[in-house]
Design a protein around this ligand. Structure first.
Ligand SMILES: NC(=O)c1ccc[n+]([C@@H]2O[C@H](COP(=O)([O-])OP(=O)(O)OC[C@H]3O[C@@H](n4cnc5c(N)ncnc54)[C@H](O)[C@@H]3O)[C@@H](O)[C@H]2O)c1
Length: 264
């Protein structure tokens, strides 16, 4: 079993939500944090709160869509702490909409999802994650670090109407652990650097809590635990996967029993 104490987590999208929660969980278990985001104020707030918890943290502005920002992030982690043991790429966005909106009466297509609405979600949620993982893992290899790459998929990976952009990125995230684990196994690295994905359901972050109440109530009708998943429940799952080296190459759902296929 690995120990979180003394280990170093690199977290993108760390100024809010799941990334913020994991950062606090990590330091409360003795770990150190490199926290990245594009939101300067959010980063400062989270860093201050982490220091109040007695944790060690370094922050950096990093736009995950930029190759050089991801490289600088990975190098910063090594310069500051000498290793990278957890990579948690949490930077993500949603820009929901239908691919085609068709008027029921006329049958005419009244709106098409603009290319930018599709592409911008791919740029952050997919290309951004690829770049963060590629750069951090390179530094893990050079620094002989042992640990985990934990991607954030979603139940949206199974296909949610109105989320062709988001769902596509999360489906991609579900296949990456298999690819990365197989590639690292070939290169005799897979026993040192594991890769998994977690797939949360509806989590109580600003993104979801800001939804309109009717839409949220409708969602909760299908959640057997009758509430949103809490961010500390996500953090605790990541902590357990980190510690348990038998957990590798797989996607782990955390959704409170959300009725996906079965509506019984
Ligand atoms: N909240 C949920 O219900 C839920 C469910 C499943 C999966 N997820 C996934 O978890 C991850 C975190 O989501 P969250 O709910 O904590 O969201 P959040 O909005 O609270 O946090 C996302 C963070 O990403 C940052 N970010 C956005 N674009 C960026 C960029 N280009 N570079 C760097 N940082 C950037 C934002 O500033 C923000 O701080 C996302 O990948 C999301 O898709 C969330």
């Amino acid at each position: 079993m690995l120990d979180i104490s003394g280990s170093v987590a690199v977290i993108t999208g760390g100024a809010s939500g799941i990334g913020e929660s994991l950062a606090k969980y990590w330091v409360s278990h003795g770990g150190k944090i490199v926290l990245a985001d594009i939101e300067k104020e959010g980063l400062s707030r989270v860093a201050k709160e982490i220091r109040e918890l007695g944790g060690e943290v370094v922050t950096t502005i990093c736009d995950v869509t930029r190759e050089e920002d991801n490289h600088a992030l990975a190098v910063l982690a090594i310069e500051q702490f000498g290793s990278i043991n957890l990579v948690l790429p949490c930077a993500g966005i949603i820009k929901d909409g239908l691919m085609l909106s068709v008027d029921r009466e006329t049958g005419n297509v009244v709106k098409k999802m603009p290319l930018d609405q599709f592409q911008s979600v791919l740029d952050i949620n997919l290309t951004g994650v690829f770049l963060t993982v590629r750069e951090c893992t390179e530094q893990m290899i050079y620094s002989d670090s042992k640990g985990l790459i934990c991607l954030i998929s979603s139940v949206g990976s199974l296909g949610t109407a109105g989320q062709i952009n988001y769902s596509s990125t999360k489906a991609a995230m579900s296949v990456m652990p298999k690819v990365i684990t197989a590639e690292f196994f070939r290169k005799n690295l897979a026993h040192k650097i594991r890769c998994v994905a977690i797939a949360p359901g509806y989590v109580a972050t600003p993104m979801i809590k800001g939804m309109n109440k009717n839409a949220l109530d409708k969602i909760l009708e299908n959640v057997p635990i009758k509430r949103l998943v809490e961010t500390d429940e996500i953090a605790s799952l990541v902590g357990e996967i980190y510690r348990n080296e038998a957990l590798a190459g797989e996607v782990f759902y955390v959704h409170g029993g959300l009725r996906l296929g079965s509506k019984g």
